[in-house]
Design a binder for this molecule. Structure first.
Ligand code: PLP
Length: 520
């Protein structure tokens, strides 16, 4: 729920007006407890300052105008902490037909939220006289919500909470793009690529339209096609095997390590044949595959290695970062991934200049200069608007990676201590996970998931059917039983809510519900 505070209430609180101030402060405290998002309208800043100066004068404060104004600024600076600024949008200035311009702007701004997700809190009689159900007094709001149920865990992956600290940078970035208008491969894309390459520690980063396109582009750049084989894991999101099949190559599956869920290096060599052209491990759930072992095998056979790091951006493996561990690293910026944008996106990483050039060309119809196409490519570019969003998100990414590690470690400690029979994630020594998913194994998964759902806790299964069992892969002749470790995992894995803003209190409730569910 979003709460937009009208100027009069801010003045009531900041000037500590006897009754109105206390009522408004109570409503705000409730909003905070309920996790409602409190907004102030940027367009009202000047009116706010003026009204507060008047209020202090009316209370008999005697000082120079300058001194009162400084005091007002201190009060407001203190007040805005923890609140969100609602930027004024073009169009919200077109209110000159209205009686009260300030009120008309506020009401226009309400249209940006869903009707049942916004409350404009005010004691202003003129606003209340509009009889708009979205406009309420602090007393209405308090009465409506004090009895509200204790809130359920917000979401499996909470994308709204993470916006709050980023909003100024996001809005500035988006507006900059709207103003310069270079929507395709604008300057933000190049800046993002430079920053991502630097973050991963490789020479070249090529962004793309999704983490599926990146896999396709990498395979195409390596010249893989019909008649070729690519070794990969059956225990992954469909895109991994799908792109191998899409270019006409055969996905050759190798079973996983039961502890990490990643490709088992000891079984790879047996799968290499005369048609093998690449190895494509996946760094599942946020932990890198055993890349040193895989690279060593690949080197012996002269094969490139594509790390599908869609879930592991930000993870480290023996001191190096995911995406920079093999011939090519491929990641995704799908919203739910560790570095998630607000739409589709992905990126490729390599130290190989020739490969980087090929991937850059394939991303834009195989062109090396305008309307000249030495190779076949696709339209696989990242939008400039998405790059601007990702640049803002990158500023907070280190913090998010730390929180993910902390939340993951806390889950593991609490579950190991309290939930017998639940298998928590195993993280290899020398590795860190970004916990794209926090995934446990439980017996009777459906019953446990149902019990958690009834307690208001969403869960998910990543993934219920290994790729070799998917109807789309039926033509490759795999059978049930071919990859027993992956098949067993698919029966038992269950992911718990995981995002960097998950609070300790919510986590406690999740683990308590899990304990209750597995022990009954
Ligand atoms: C999400 C994901 C992809 C695909 O990424 P998109 O950006 O959604 O296309 C590929 N591989 C794995 C392992 C993934 O989790």
């Amino acid at each position: 729920m979003n709460i937009l505070l009208a100027t009069d209430l801010v003045v009531d609180i900041c000037a500590a007006r006897p009754e109105a101030g206390a009522r408004a402060a109570r409503a705000l405290a409730l909003a905070e407890r309920l996790g409602h998002r409190v907004w102030l309208y940027v367009g009202a800043v000047q009116a706010l300052e003026a009204a507060l100066v008047e209020a202090l004068k009316a209370q008999g404060v005697t000082a120079s105008d300058g001194a009162i104004r400084s005091r007002v600024r201190v009060l407001l600076k203190d007040f805005i902490r923890g609140k969100q600024w609602l930027a004024a949008l073009a169009g919200e200035g077109d209110v000159f037909d209205a009686e009260d311009l300030g009120a008309a702007q506020l009401v226009a701004a309400l249209a940006r939220f869903a009707d049942d997700d916004i409350v404009l809190l005010t004691g202003d009689e003129r606003l209340l006289a509009r009889q708009d159900p979205r406009i309420q007094t602090p007393a209405d709001y308090t009465a409506r919500f004090t009895t509200a149920e204790r809130q359920a865990v917000d979401a499996f992956i909470d994308l709204k909470a993470q916006q709050d600290p980023l909003r100024p940078a996001l809005e500035q970035g988006l507006h900059r793009v709207l103003h310069h208008g270079q929507y395709i491969l604008g300057p933000e894309v190049a800046t993002l690529e430079a920053r991502l390459a630097d973050y991963v520690g490789v020479e070249h980063c090529i962004t793309a339209a999704s983490g599926t396109d990146t896999l396709l582009i990498a395979l195409m750049a390596l010249g893989i096609g019909p008649g070729d084989e690519v070794i990969t894991t059956p225990f992954t999101f469909i895109a991994t095997g799908e792109m191998i099949a899409f270019i006409g190559a055969r996905p050759v599956f190798v079973d996983i390590d039961p502890r990490t869920y990643n490709l088992d290096p000891t079984q790879i060599e047996a799968a290499i044949g005369p048609r093998t052209r690449a190895i494509m491990p996946v760094s599942l759930y946020g932990q890198c595959a055993d890349m040193d072992a895989i690279n060593a095998i690949a080197e012996r056979h002269g094969l490139p290695v594509i790390e599908d790091a869609a879930q592991s951006f930000g993870a480290t493996y023996r001191g190096r970062r995911s995406c920079g561990l093999s011939t090519v690293g491929s990641t995704s910026f799908f919203p739910a991934k560790p570095l998630g944008g607000y739409g589709e996106g992905g990126a490729l990483f390599t130290d190989d200049a020739a490969l980087a050039k090929a991937m850059r060309e394939i991303r834009v119809h195989g062109q090396d200069r305008r309307y000249h196409h030495p190779r076949i490519g696709i339209n696989g570019r990242l939008d400039t608007l998405q790059a601007a969003i990702l640049l803002a998100k990158l500023d907070r990414f280190d913090w998010e990676v730390e929180r993910r590690a902390e939340i993951g470690a806390r889950y593991t400690a609490w579950i190991d201590a309290g939930c017998p029979g639940v298998v928590t994630p195993y993280i290899e020594p020398g590795a860190t996970s970004v916990f794209a998913q926090y995934t446990v194994q439980v017996a009777k998964r459906d019953a446990v998931a149902q019990a958690l759902g009834e307690a208001g806790i969403p869960t998910a299964v990543h993934y219920p059917i290994p790729l070799h069992g998917q109807p789309a892969f039926a033509g490759y002749g795999y059978r049930d039983g071919d990859f027993p470790v992956a098949e067993a995992a698919a029966q038992r894995v269950m992911s718990l809510p995981m995002h960097p803003d998950l609070s300790e209190r919510e986590q406690r409730r999740i683990v308590e519900a899990l304990t209750a569910a597995v022990c009954t």
